[in-house]
Design a protein around this ligand. Structure first.
Ligand SMILES: [Fe+2]
Length: 237
């Protein structure tokens, strides 16, 4: 999601809340219901890597990405959650419900994938090890083949939006590389282990439109211990 589209999402959620309220008054719709379930409150997760020490990505870029783009996704997730908790589903229009659920899915995916993206960045080069290394060899043939596919998917998304996701599919008990063209696309049943943010805000300040150089820097900065931990947890699903 671009800066503009993310801001549009957040602003749209706010406008929609007002529109639903106005619509309720104008059309004599039933009032919103009191929240029937507790609304989980998401809080931005701090960076787990020192942004000054990630090679190939500047600290200014990483801090702005984390503090502005990721934080906006968390804020949007909270706002849409609070709105949905009060919506009377027996009377809300299909159009308004569609917008709210679209915004919820985008904010949820953006929050989760940004956290995995930042947790996947390290300060020193690393290689996958242990069970994850074995699974990657089994499911991709080799680390080089996995890397070529993962980076290749990134290059195919160099138009300004999307995510590349290494995920574990519990249904098939195997790893897969997924291509998501937007925040609202995510693999069904896949547990994300590693995510590459291909939205322009993730690299434009350092690399302009040169997404290939950004992808190369990301591939060199991967902190595999996080993906290994997520893989161990995913296998217990
Ligand atoms: Fe991002």
């Amino acid at each position: 999601m671009t800066d503009i589209s993310r801001r549009t999402l957040a602003a749209g959620a706010g406008l929609l809340i007002g529109a639903i309220a106005a619509g309720a008054r104008a059309q004599q719709m039933p009032p919103q219901v009191a929240s029937a379930v507790p609304v989980p409150k998401a809080t931005p997760k701090p960076l787990t890597v020192n942004p000054d020490k990630v090679k190939g990505l500047s600290a200014d870029l990483l801090r702005a990405h984390h503090d502005r783009e990721y934080a906006a996704a968390v804020k949007a997730l909270n706002e849409v959650g609070e709105t949905l908790a009060k919506v009377d589903f027996s009377s809300v229009s299909p159009e308004n419900l569609a917008e709210l659920k679209r915004a919820e899915q985008a904010a949820q995916n953006s929050t989760v994938l940004h956290e995995i993206y930042f947790d996947g960045l390290g300060e020193v080069p690393s290689q996958p090890s242990g069970l994850l290394a074995q699974a990657m060899s089994r499911d991709f043939g080799s680390l080089d083949r996995w890397s070529a596919e993962f980076a290749g998917i990134g290059k195919s998304l160099a138009s300004g939006t999307g995510w590349v996701i290494l995920a574990y599919a519990p249904r098939d008990k195997r790893l897969l590389n997924y291509r998501a063209e937007s925040d609202t696309m995510a693999p069904a049943g896949g547990v994300p282990l590693l995510a590459l943010d291909m939205y322009e805000h993730a690299y434009a300040a350092d690399y302009g439109t040169d997404a290939t150089k950004y992808i190369e820097s990301f591939m060199r900065a991967i902190r595999w211990t996080n993906a290994e931990r997520l893989y161990r947890e995913a296998m217990r699903v």
